[in-house]
Write a protein that binds this ligand. Sequence first.
Ligand SMILES: Nc1ncnc2c1ncn2[C@@H]1O[C@H](COP(=O)(O)OP(=O)(O)O)[C@@H](O)[C@H]1O
Ligand SMILES: [Mg+2]
Length: 388
Amino acid sequence: MSKSKKSPTVKPATLERGEARYFHGRVKILDNFKELLGRAKAGNSGTSVLIQAAPGAGKTALLHECARLARAQRWQTAKINPDGLFDPAELSKSLRLPLPAKRQETKMGGNVKVLHQESTSEHHPPTTLDILKSGRKPLLLLLDEAQTTAAVIPRSNHEQFTNALKFVKTIHNGEVERPVILIAAGLGATAAAFDSLGISRFDPECRINLEPLSEGARQAVIQDWLLEEGGAKGDPASWINAIVRETHGWPQHIMAYVWPALKQLELTDGELTPEGLKTVLKEGQKGRIRFYEARTRGIPEEQLHCIARVIAGVPSDTSVAKIDLMASLRLDHDRDTAEKIFTLALHKGILDERKNRYVVPIPSMHDWLVDNFARIPEPLFPPPEPQH
Ligand SMILES: Nc1ncnc2c1ncn2[C@@H]1O[C@H](COP(=O)(O)OP(=O)(O)O)[C@@H](O)[C@H]1O
Ligand SMILES: [Mg+2]
């Protein structure tokens, strides 16, 4: 287990998102990453790593773990936003460097006119790639919510678009002349966003799809929270097993049960009572449903029904090829609309990619979607019975 440094007495504002206080599992991924850090340093190079998964799978928590490993090996680490790929000021801020010289602008008669450019190299202000090349220390860049990258990089601004492209490609190909690794973590649409920047091929261990936590890791996470944080007295096995059964190894779900568990333990001064467990299971289930509702928010109702009907035709926890999903969507929609609905489901985390196939990432989310949206709604005003 790795434990973050925060004091265990301070409760975080939210338990369902972000850095894990008791991180477990993802062992192979972290071993591979450690090796990558070593290779990049030895070879004075680097590459980019893609972590793709639905919301709540543990992308942000994993980024924090990677950063911790890198810092332990004396790497500099920096969180960046998609703008930092093309905007020198944004990147400088993330790297805690002084702001680069800027274009000097003045307003003349309402028009913005570029007067001159202050230059640090010849006549051009530095690009993001220049900034990256100006350092020597091994650097790990962490780009979270990376599915937004394609929307943020302005295609209409040729210069910015080219700068973003050069920045990402140079890192991806290990050509910064400095050890640099970029980890991009995001929802199922992240690979497509990088594809649009010309990055489609990752080394196998650098293209990661996060799946549910292993059995051992799920138990270890719950045990740590109950014992270390909740001060549970006695054997927590019955609580752990009951929570594990409800959460399908989905980190967000685990945390949705941990919070009410901590509250119960506070009330009973650490006693693990059967009534307490009942309350925990009830509250945790509400947390799970809140999470599913958040996934469907903003999807037009008709499209949501359509997605749910397609999902209803696939057993839960079973992945299908895109071509089969599209064939079902095409029964009611033209190709463009079907493609839009598919992308929306990926963006919202209703679908998750697993080795080029697609699955509703949590079995209980599959069932909830089918129960709530797959039925054809009864008409509000049914036609009158025919009179004889
Ligand atoms: N491997 C793990 N061990 C323990 N807790 C985890 C792990 N992965 C995620 N979590 C916790 O689960 C919750 C959801 O994880 P998060 O990283 O926010 O998911 P995502 O970024 O994919 O939406 C957070 O509270 C996080 O701390
Ligand atoms: Mg996150």
